[in-house]
Design a protein around this ligand. Structure first.
Ligand code: 8X3
Length: 250
């Protein structure tokens, strides 16, 4: 198979790229940071890994790179929409509107554009798989999850609606919904580089790891063709959805 993974320079994306390459599939690794992508390519080998160093939000550059892929990488079987981010954990009335817009731009707009770009060929080939990396935040609300959770709820519903359009086209769609995950830059980005907050969050939490996500992605992609896994929701054993809050007026 040929797999295109976005946000592939570190974390989930790099783990997914490693897993598929290890299982002898070809990986197109897309991300902004060329140095990180080159390291990954050196590790996996250029016969197994092609890199696209672009900003996922630059649709023209993404399209241009995809149109110019090496012949043996041209036929993309699986798109893993992994690129995404959370910015801040402030209450909705205090948050920075630019953070909200950025999350909508990356988590929704860039995902939608790339999916729309690749879908026609999958439909024409009567084969393909869109694997979205959603989040438990798309199902369970929590304070400060506001727009991040809403973007992931979008991704969940978009995945289900894609299924409705593709059930007769042999193209599969899956939403993988992880909870607290370590070993990635996710929380570092969310807390804007505040290492103490990151350390505090993960201390003694035994979170799931990028390799756990990669296993789930690989599993859904390698099910028999007649099987579509709609959703996988995964949390560390130490995490659960929170109790409902009741504020008591004094
Ligand atoms: C991130 C998972 O638990 O931080 O998608 O909301 S969580």
């Amino acid at each position: 198979m040929v797999i295109l993974v976005t946000g592939a320079s570190v974390g989930f994306g790099a783990a997914i790229a490693r897993k598929f390459a290890k299982e002898n599939h070809k990986v197109i690794a897309l991300a902004r940071r060329e140095d990180k992508l080159k390291e990954l390519q050196n590790e996996l080998g250029s016969d197994k890994c092609q890199i696209i160093a672009v900003d996922i939000c630059d649709t023209k550059a993404v399209k241009n790179a995809i149109d110019n892929l090496r012949d043996d990488f041209k036929n993309i079987d699986v798109l893993v929409n992994n690129a995404g981010l959370a910015l801040g954990l402030s209450r909705a009335y205090e948050t920075d509107i630019n953070d909200w817009e950025r999350m909508i731009e990356v988590n929704i707009l860039s995902l939608v554009r790339l999916t729309r770009m690749l879908l026609p060929k999958m439909v024409e080939n009567k084969s393909g798989h869109i694997i979205n990396i959603g989040s438990i935040a798309g199902t369970y609300p929590y304070p400060g999850g506001n727009i991040y959770g809403a973007t992931k709820a979008f991704v969940k519903q978009f995945s289900l609606n894609l299924r409705a359009d593709l059930y007769d086209k042999s193209v599969r769609v899956t939403n993988i919904e992880p909870g607290l995950c370590g070993g990635s830059e996710f929380s570092f980005v969310r807390f804007k580089g505040d290492k103490n907050m990151v350390d505090e969050l993960y201390r003694d939490a035994n979170p799931i790891m990028p390799e756990d996500i990669a296993e789930a992605v690989f599993w859904v992609a390698t099910q028999p063709k007649h099987v579509n896994i709609n959703r996988i929701e995964m949390m560390p054993t130490t995490q659960a959805s929170s109790a409902l809050n009741v504020y008591k007026h004094k």
